[in-house]
Design a protein around this ligand. Sequence first.
Ligand code: KG4
Ligand code: ZN
Length: 355
Amino acid sequence: MRVLGLESSCDETGAAIVDHEGRVLADVVHSQVSVHAPYGGVIPELASRDHLRNVGPVVREALARAKLGWEAIDGIAVTNRPGLVGALLVGVQAAKGLAWARGLPLVGVDHLVGHLLAVFLRRSDDAQAPPEFPFVALLASGGHTAIYRVDGPRADRIRELGATRDDAAGEAFDKVAKLLGLGYPGGPVIDRFAARGDAKAVAFTLPMGRGRAGSASFEMSFSGIKTQVAARVRERGVPGSEQEMADLCASFQAAVTSVLAKKLVAAAVSEGVRTVVLGGGVAANRELRERATALAAQHGIRAFIPELASCTDNAAMIAYAGLVRLRDGERDDWGLVASSATSLPRTTRKGGGAR
Ligand code: KG4
Ligand code: ZN
């Protein structure tokens, strides 16, 4: 079985073809980074217009790279939530048009489920074997940061154990990079600076960093560290030397990644699960990958981490999550709509307090 996936929830237009073993036959991503970079963040209206320009070309390119014709495609999967609604609509309408024209079944995919299943993608013959269910997963991206117990590949088998109460981890990277004048997106550039810095140079404190007993223990908060960086920049200005910049980035990154790794492993221990998984753009972070692997090993837990191309937004993870639904005989109809909200039940309330 081969599925064509489409992704347009934020600032990447993607089309990919994936088979039932998770093999990625083609994965085309058109990034809009240069469109949004001058503004330091994604401008929804510009995102929609750019998706409209590129959605046709990325589909054509995916088929060409896979060297496949339409007769080789068994279904179409498209991200229909969560995300910028105007951006999602472009992918959803394109998917409906293609499904109708080719007489193919269509399914909508929750982008977060896509990130949680990205670890099953196989981009080469020697790709690591995929994890087995159940696992505990950390999804950390620009819009979402949460820890889930995943008992199966479908949305109804995924349960949130805790999430950020305010900013997403990737959002913290992006906002701190903006404060430091490092451009957008912030994650990759902070990651590069941090590699050359001293993480002990600046002492950052993260609220809920240590974890508390009870229901709040897997909840997180990342807005405070951004405020600490802002206060520092107000007092002393942006670091003047490369080394000072590297030290500040290293200290910030160590604080964020150590909390993420600690909460993920603590959640797995508490659930009695021996496997942890990373997903989302922040899972591309070198230090998070290392910390999660090392801390998990200390507790006899195996960490499975997607390849870099599977962490940041891509349509291959959407194709795979859609394939799981199609394989179970599920179909969506022409009434498929776009939504800004995830279909996964949320337990953590933004802004704090019991839900
Ligand atoms: O999953 P993704 O591509 O899009 C969303 O669904 O949000 O994640 C994008 C986020 C951005 O905030 C970006 O700064 C962050 O992932 N990111 C990283 C790294 N690469 C991307 N954060 C930390 N370290 C990285 N190497
Ligand atoms: Zn994403």
